[in-house]
Design a protein around this ligand. Structure first.
Ligand code: I3S
Length: 132
């Protein structure tokens, strides 16, 4: 039995609340970091940070129109992800995501287990997009 071509099906890869801040906007380093807790969705090769953490999975699924507007959407094609160097933040478990358009984001969660599943999921998203 052959399995369906998964890459053609838009699946929700991952969703949850993460701390994030944008540090570079299209090559321009931002003066200040503004960390905030954000409902974050990884789907179809795009990582979306919503404005706040209140958009729960249940309210979004029951009433998609109630989804708050995304604050940042990051195309994973051509992006790169790594553990952030210590000088980028004093926080623990920080990932640094660089998008193809030269923007940079820090992504953080106090739980190492949670950040490591996001690390894997985003890295896999990037890898899948570079394959085609
Ligand atoms: O790179 P910085 O300046 O140490 O980043 C810190 C600031 O953005 C700070 O804001 P205030 O300058 O308003 O206090 C944030 O509260 C800190 O979280 C930032 O440092 P960390 O190490 O948490 O990323």
């Amino acid at each position: 039995q052959t399995s369906p071509p998964e890459e053609k099906i838009k699946t929700l890869d991952k969703a949850g609340v993460l701390h994030r801040t944008k540090t570079v906007d299209k090559g321009k380093r931002l003066r200040k970091k503004h960390w905030s807790a954000s409902w974050t969705v990884l789907e179809g090769g795009v990582l979306t940070f919503f404005k706040d953490s209140k958009t729960s999975a249940t309210s979004g699924l029951k009433q998609p129109s109630k989804l708050s507007t995304p604050e940042y959407t990051v195309e994973l094609r051509g992006a790169s992800l790594a553990l952030a160097p210590k000088d980028k933040s004093s926080r623990k478990n920080v990932l640094e995501l660089r998008s193809r358009d030269g923007s940079e984001y820090l992504i953080q969660h106090d739980s190492e287990a949670i950040i490591s599943t996001w690390h894997q999921a985003i890295a896999q998203g990037i890898q899948e997009l570079s394959a085609d």
